[in-house]
Design a protein around this ligand. Structure first.
Ligand code: ADP
Ligand code: MG
Length: 247
């Protein structure tokens, strides 16, 4: 079992604290649902784990790894930004070209991930013509070919229709059975709740809840409702003081 441990991980963007002393852990075979309002720091947390954002604090990785990015692969919300090949096959191969594999090894890995994500029959297709769900599965396949131990999925179903969401969900279930650790940052609580084992609820860069998925979702929904009500009251207050007259 592999584990990534975060101790007081903090991220600042131009004097603003975006992640505020986050301490938690992620381990293989576990899917973690990361929830929180827009701008709360979900993507920042995933990007820190992908090694693409500077942080202070400590990220502890297993002994035979040098840095956290050696363990992780980040998949974006919009698969279009991640797909570069002019065929499905090429897209997977492109990602493998810089890591010093033999041609046979590259082909073996490409065949394996395309089979796993049920894209083998589309090998020679131009990714442009794929459905949203197929594109996102291709983005996941290309990432998976690099053999990360943890997949960081950032709002990966946000742009997909119902079928696409279902396809990605099935892919996530499969990744879990492979023993991968998975982080899903999402607003689509109901889509991912069934496959997640733990929930982390972030607000203003802090973890305000960590634990059972259903408890976390309940808390998040209550908090979203309270936020809405307080904004509504503020809005009505502005009208009542006579500064703005509607009608
Ligand atoms: P979430 O994914 O939960 O919506 P993010 O992690 O994307 O939130 O953003 C957290 C905060 O960090 C937001 O206030 C956002 O405006 C800010 N932020 C994100 N990326 C940058 C950046 N490159 N430069 C400055 N501020 C950023
Ligand atoms: Mg985000």
């Amino acid at each position: 079992m592999l584990e990534i441990i975060l101790r007081n991980v903090t991220v600042n963007f131009s004097n603003k604290v975006v992640l505020d002393s986050i301490s938690t852990y992620f381990k293989s075979k576990e899917a973690v649902l990361v929830v929180g309002p827009n701008g709360s720091g979900k993507s920042t947390l995933l990007k820190v784990l992908a090694g693409i954002i500077e942080y202070s604090g400590e990220i502890i990785v297993p002994e035979n790894y040098l840095e956290v990015s050696d363990l992780t692969g980040y998949v974006f919300q919009n698969p279009e930004t991640q797909i570069i090949g002019s065929t499905v096959w090429e897209d997977v191969i492109f990602g493998l070209e810089n890591i010093g594999l033999s041609k046979d090894e590259m082909e073996e890995r490409a065949n394996y991930v395309l089979e796993l994500l049920e894209l083998s029959h589309l090998k020679d297709f131009d990714p442009y013509y794929l459905s949203g769900g197929q594109k996102q599965r291709l983005a996941i396949a290309s990432m998976l070919a690099l053999e990360p131990e943890f997949l960081l999925l950032d709002e990966v179903t946000a742009m997909l229709d119902k079928n696409g969401k279902k396809e990605v969900l099935l892919a996530v279930e499969k990744l879990k059975t492979l023993g991968k650790g998975i982080l899903v940052a999402t607003h689509e609580l109901n889509v991912f709740a069934p496959v997640c084992d733990r929930c982390i609820f972030i607000e203003d860069g802090r973890i305000i809840f960590e634990g059972d998925v259903h408890d976390g979702i309940k808390l998040y929904k209550e908090s979203a409702k309270n936020q809405y009500l307080s904004e509504k009251l503020q809005f009505e207050g502005r009208n009542l003081d006579g500064s703005v007259e509607i009608q």
